[in-house]
Design a protein around this ligand. Structure first.
Ligand SMILES: [Zn+2]
Length: 134
C-alpha cells in the first residue's frame, strides 16, 4: 500500500462504531458500553476485550478531557496532505478512555495536561477538540 492509498475511517466502516459516529455528528461523545464490567469499550468492538461479553449498549460522556499527548503534523500524507499543518492528539476523556483526535488550530498555545472539550468534527471526519475557556 502506498501513502496515496491511505484512507480515513468513518461512519459505516465498523458497525460497532455507529453510535460513536452518530453522536459525533450531533456534537456528543457516545461510546460502546459493556454492562458486564461497566466501562466504555474503545476502540469499538462486538465483544468486550476485558470480560468477553457482547457489547450492546452505549454511554454518553461529558465530551471533555485533558490532552495526554499531541503533535503538530506539518506534512500530511494521503487524504491528510491538504490539511497540514494540523494537530493530532491523544485526549484522555473524562469518565472514559484515551482517544486519538484532532485539536483545533495549529498547535499554538496547546500543551499536555490542558483541558479540552469536544468542538465538532475534524477536517476528515474524526473528533475535534478545542481548549476549554478558562
Ligand atoms: Zn466487559
Amino acid at each position: 500500500m502506498t501513502t496515496e492509498q491511505w484512507t480515513v475511517s468513518g461512519p459505516g466502516d465498523v458497525p460497532e462504531a455507529a453510535a460513536f459516529w452518530a453522536g459525533l455528528a450531533e456534537g456528543r461523545i457516545v461510546l460502546p458500553w459493556c454492562e458486564g464490567c461497566r466501562q466504555t469499550v474503545w476502540l469499538p468492538k462486538a465483544y468486550c476485550p476485558t470480560c468477553l461479553q457482547p457489547v450492546a449498549g452505549s454511554q454518553e460522556l461529558a465530551g471533555t478531557g485533558e490532552i495526554y499527548s499531541l503533535t503538530v503534523v506539518h506534512r500530511g500524507e494521503g487524504a491528510w496532505k491538504e490539511h497540514a499543518p494540523y494537530v493530532l492528539a491523544y485526549v484522555a476523556l473524562d469518565g472514559g478512555p484515551t482517544m486519538i483526535a484532532n485539536l483545533a488550530g495549529d498547535g499554538t498555545g496547546l500543551a499536555i495536561g490542558q483541558r479540552v472539550r469536544l468542538a465538532g468534527v475534524g477536517p476528515l471526519g474524526g473528533a475535534l477538540f478545542a481548549p476549554l475557556a478558562e
